[in-house]
Design a protein around this ligand. Sequence first.
Ligand code: FES
Length: 148
Amino acid sequence: MFPLPSAGQGEGEGVTSTLYHEENSMYSDIVTEHFKNPHNAGEMADADGVGDDSNPVCGDTMRLFIKVSDDRIVKASFLTRGCGAAIAASSMTTDMLRGLSLQDAARITNKDVANALGGLPGSKLHCSVLAEGVIRKALEDYHKRSQS
Ligand code: FES
């Protein structure tokens, strides 16, 4: 299982705080805000689709949950274990997905996520690639479940 995001959550807070100080200088204000106060963090017990992805190099992991009604994403949440950019990208992704049709959600790219975050440093662009990956996988999972 993927651990809960550490930002602002008890035990992991010290680790997050250390990471924050190391990485803060290279992030936009939007990234910093989402990292410090992630939106929609946590598991969704009644999700209609779940997508997992990870980066084998850095080891960061992301899990996205979506709730769908009438072909529209009505709710999204995440569990991410990773750097500040990965947490911010997860948080932004859940905000972007809410209210979107499944078709529009499928069109979101890592560049859209990075742009919405006010840009990411080159060394952190792969964090937004994880976000695109979990969107694709959560949508695939939703379609698979609705066919069975
Ligand atoms: S450093 Fe790998 S996802 Fe952020």
